[in-house]
Design a protein around this ligand. Structure first.
Ligand code: GLY
Ligand code: MN
Ligand code: MN
Length: 443
């Protein structure tokens, strides 16, 4: 049983900040993730829901966090799996309600079987459910079906979602959260360095994945998203995941791999030549992406709008694509009025996202979001990750022969502070000179 990563008082502070913004006629219901079947009777490794981790650090499945306002104060409850010798012999020890009450930041704890009655009771006393739906159908059904014998007590239109409040709280990390995110960035940085050191021409993508993920496990961590290891042309596939090919001499490998520590993610991408030497053409694209990434990081200033880093990286890429003769137009045409010019033919994704308990963390600014994203504030952690991709098989845009098959992304994790950006993943080298001196060193 792992100890909680934060003092009980830190969780209590989060609960207080959250509940002080909730209407007092609410019953807050935050189900944990259910276990998911992988095949027949085996399951995927369990990962608790990030909202539950945030509010109380509970990591066992079949559990629900609730809060109701009673006798002038909020009372938090955790419904958990009861102790059960037979199940514990097969599946591992359980904490149980008594253990939960003693060691977790909640007022009371009960067996999960009691959750239905507790929720229906609160609703029948007039509390409106504020629930994160879609996490656990069994809990959604309690709220949606209510008690068929008594008829509905709450209009479905009265059901609220607590995420608006929680999401914006989660965007600002405390000192202790930043400490943990720094650990996650350090472990992932070392994993990338180890993989660079052991890379050689014709290495399998899966072998690089094994070095990276072996280091995560060795460091009491685990991946925060499936590792992307794309050699050669596979580096141009944004969500490449099979990691199943060998990487030819002269090719680059793009590795997008991060880990999580107590649920907090790191998310790092580096691209290096398997031979240890960039070709001239690879250098030209690499240096352009690196310049765009550094410009994106420099734009991570407290008070700046979310789009600042995307604007900064995009301007560098558009200018560079014109200078390299890849785009035959002016810089401003390449960029486009709304950052929608032809530079997007080769840079198709956003420049970054918030990072935290989820790798694409809550609070806006996610890739693909239509909203403008949050203003950057001290305590936010974001990624900066421009890239350029020249898939040789594309026939919808021109792919210059010199660069055909090259895919390069560079991604760092950046803490916003009043004094400027701090790169949490600065332990992961990214200049050509450093990378060339590391690759293949301990093959
Ligand atoms: N690894 C996913 C991303 O960079 O957003
Ligand atoms: Mn990434
Ligand atoms: Mn990312």
């Amino acid at each position: 049983m792992r100890a909680l990563p934060f003092e009980l008082s830190e969780y209590r502070g989060r609960q207080e900040e959250f509940l002080s913004q909730m209407p007092q006629d609410s019953v807050v219901i935050i189900p944990n993730n259910p276990k998911s079947v992988r095949s027949n009777d085996t399951h995927y490794r369990y990962r608790a829901n990030s909202y539950v981790l945030y509010l109380c650090g509970w990591e066992e499945p079949d559990s629900v966090f609730t809060a109701v306002f009673l006798d002038g104060e909020w009372k938090t409850s955790l419904f958990v799996r009861p102790r059960d010798t037979h199940s514990e012999i097969w599946e591992g020890r359980r904490i149980g309600p008594e253990g939960a009450e003693k060691g977790w930041p909640i007022d009371q704890s009960f067996p999960i079987e009691d959750a239905k009655e507790h929720i229906l009771n609160a609703m029948s006393l007039g509390s409106k459910p504020s629930i994160i739906q879609g996490l656990d159908n069994r809990i959604d059904d309690i709220v949606l079906n209510q008690d068929p014998d008594k008829g509905p007590v709450i209009e479905l239109s009265d059901i609220q979602d607590p995420r608006n409040i929680l999401d914006s709280m989660r965007t600002i990390k405390s000192e202790s959260e930043i400490g943990i995110m720094q650990q996650a960035a350090n472990i992932a940085s070392s994993a990338h360095v180890k993989a660079m050191e052991k890379t050689f021409p014709s290495i399998g993508e899966w072998q690089i994945q094994a070095i990276i993920e072996g280091h995560f496990i060795h460091s009491e961590s685990q991946w925060s998203y499936p590792s992307i290891v794309g050699g050669g042309e596979n580096a141009t596939i944004l969500h490449y995941s099979s990691n199943s090919e060998t990487i030819g001499e002269g090719d680059l490998v793009l590795v997008d791999a991060g880990c999580e520590v107590h649920g907090y993610a790191s998310d790092i991408t580096r691209t290096w030549p398997v031979s240890g030497k960039f070709t001239e053409a690879q250098k030209e694209i690499y240096n352009l992406v690196l310049e765009a990434e550094i410009a994106g990081i420099e734009a991570c200033k407290a008070g700046s709008p979310w789009r600042s880093m995307h604007e900064a990286s995009s301007a560098v890429l558009a200018r560079g694509l014109v200078e390299l003769g890849i785009l035959d137009c002016s810089e401003s045409e390449a960029l486009g009025k709304n950052l929608d010019g032809p530079y997007r033919n080769y840079f198709m994704h956003g420049t970054g996202h918030l990072l935290g308990l989820d790798v694409h963390d809550v609070g806006g600014g996610r890739k693909g979001d239509k909203n403008p994203g949050p203003v950057l504030k001290p305590g936010m952690v974001v990624t900066v990750e421009p890239g350029l991709y020249f898939a040789s098989w594309r026939d919808d845009v021109e792919i210059p022969e010199r660069y055909a098959g090259i895919g390069i992304r560079i991604e760092d994790d950046v803490l916003i502070t009043e004094e400027g950006p701090i790169v949490l993943s600065s332990g992961c080298p990214k200049s050509i000179i450093e990378i060339e001196s590391i690759v293949g060193k301990s093959r």
